[in-house]
Design a protein around this ligand. Structure first.
Ligand SMILES: [Mg+2]
Length: 248
């Protein structure tokens, strides 16, 4: 039986590698530019810059590298192709294993930041729309509603109340992912994939997760260690404690 905790996952660099989305998007933008203007090699140059650690302005730098003069309209189109393409991505192997062990047994949810159409395309490409029970793309909630804004967490709590399970948020970015769920009494676990895009540390204890793991293969053992300890919630959760499933 899977651990009786309602796990809410982040998406990028939690269930799949964000690097793979970037590579897929660069390939799509490169194919678009070749077809549109007969200019070859953009995807490969972007990927090389990305793999070398460049973040932001990758299309600008790659176009310059290919001898294409600066063109704001072209740049906008490339970004649009990148964000709206159907991504060629796959669940991380440990994420697929973990979800396989929970499908149909314990409800799971997702909270993800980013443009809603981009995130929804990722969700579909990974088959998560058929596996997760509640999916919140904060980009669909309106401007300024990305993490750490509480609205997505409030929505998941309202949906999850029927189950009476403890909540845990599993994510990768301590700058924005953990401070809100932690303040609301959720358990928080940071996954540190070696190939992740963001290598950042929590600025203070309020932003730090309760525990850190390198793979979802470690998650159930991690939760088993955490759950006997009082998480000191800001307010009690779940409100109907008589329905809480005991953790042994
Ligand atoms: Mg993430």
């Amino acid at each position: 039986m899977p651990t009786p905790v309602l796990i809410v996952f982040d998406l990028d660099d939690t269930l799949y590698l964000e690097r793979d989305f970037a590579r897929s998007g660069f390939a799509a933008a490169g194919a678009w530019l070749q077809e549109r203007a007969g200019i070859a090699g953009l995807g490969e140059v972007c990927r090389a810059f990305f793999d070398a650690g460049l973040r932001g302005r990758i299309f600008d730098e790659a176009l310059a590298c290919l001898g294409v003069p600066p063109d704001p309209a072209l740049l906008e189109q490339l970004i649009s192709v990148y964000r709206s393409h159907e991504p060629d991505i796959a669940l991380a192997a440990d994420a697929a294993r973990y979800l396989d062990g929970r499908d149909g047994l314990v409800p799971s949810a997702l909270i993800t930041d980013g443009p809603a159409t981009t995130q929804q395309a990722k969700v579909r490409a990974l088959g998560l729309d058929k596996r997760l029970d509640c999916i919140v793309c904060t980009g669909a909630l309106g401007p300024g509603r990305g993490k750490p804004h509480p609205e997505a967490f409030e929505r998941v709590e309202a949906w999850a109340a029927r189950y009476g399970l403890p909540l845990a948020y599993v994510a990768d970015n301590p700058l924005k992912d953990f401070v809100t769920p932690r303040a609301r009494g959720w358990w928080t676990v940071q996954i540190e994939r070696p190939e992740r895009v963001h290598h950042v540390v929590a600025p203070n204890a309020a932003h730090a997760a309760h525990a850190r793991i390198a793979s979802l293969d470690e998650l159930d053992a991690c939760l088993a260690r955490l759950l006997p300890i009082d998480p000191r919630p800001v307010r009690p959760f779940p409100t109907d404690t008589s329905r809480r499933i005991p953790i042994s």
